[in-house]
Design a protein around this ligand. Structure first.
Ligand SMILES: CC(C)(COP(=O)(O)OP(=O)(O)OC[C@H]1O[C@@H](n2cnc3c(N)ncnc32)[C@H](O)[C@@H]1OP(=O)(O)O)[C@@H](O)C(=O)NCCC(=O)NCCS
Length: 199
């Protein structure tokens, strides 16, 4: 989706590039930009209230979710990526994933994901996880922590099938999953991204 690259602006290949979904559908992965507000509003309009609650662990208004995604981007302690797909009418945000460094331990970061409901199961969450892990690894992060509701089977599948060693623990009614991202997995769930497989 090279049309999503701002003409005249250099592509930051650490953070941006082409990927492919499980069925081969091409996507473009790039950082969230301050100018993405309208595209993000369209994105969250295609996300159910249940999905927003799974992501933010509380009933969350779409506008609040968009503010959250735009917050502090770009920033040193936070990387927020979009998966953009070319569909009729032009590029559309299909998913968003981010990691935020733990201030007390910058070798650890919390990661979280949100994908358009109609695009669940295509591999977008998996692509974003591996993409974020590659960036984080290059910046000295060793561990991702993902908080998941125990009933959230799709997210549990993403992390358990990621190829990263995982340790699971209960924190109240939430599952905490620690992923060791020091090494890229020897086998990826699918050949989802030239960027992710490069490392
Ligand atoms: C969790 C979420 C990010 C996963 O994104 P995704 O793009 O659908 O993930 P993938 O396609 O890479 O993988 C989904 C996995 O769940 C499985 N799955 C099971 N039921 C599914 C369903 N109803 N829909 C989609 N996937 C389902 C898929 O088969 C796949 O498993 P696999 O890796 O063994 O093949 C997405 O479902 C979502 O946005 N949920 C709401 C927000 C949320 O829960 N965020 C997590 C909190 S951090």
């Amino acid at each position: 989706m090279s049309e999503d690259v701002i003409p005249g602006s250099p592509v930051d290949w650490e953070l941006e590039g082409p990927g492919a979904l499980r069925d081969g559908t091409p996507i473009w992965v790039r950082p969230v930009r301050p100018t993405d507000r309208n595209d993000l509003m369209d994105f969250v309009a295609h996300v159910s209230t249940d999905s927003l609650e799974m992501r933010y662990f509380a009933a969350t208004r779409p506008e609040t979710a968009v503010e959250e995604m735009l917050r502090g981007s770009p920033a040193e302690d936070r990387v927020s990526l979009l998966a953009v797909g070319g569909v009729q009418g032009g590029p559309r945000v299909l998913g968003q994933g981010e990691y935020v460094l733990d201030r007390a331990d910058p070798s650890t970061a919390e990661a979280a994901f949100l994908v358009r409901d109609a695009w669940h199961g295509y591999g977008i969450g998996t692509v974003l996880l591996h993409w974020l892990a590659q960036i984080a690894r290059g910046r000295g992060v060793h561990r991702f922590v993902v908080y998941v509701q125990p009933t959230n089977r799709p997210m549990l599948d993403v992390v358990r099938n990621s190829g990263f060693p995982v340790v699971e623990s209960e924190e109240g009614y939430v599952l905490r999953i620690d992923l060791s991202i020091v090494e890229p997995p020897s086998a990826l769930p699918f050949a989802e991204s030239g960027h992710a497989t490069a490392g």
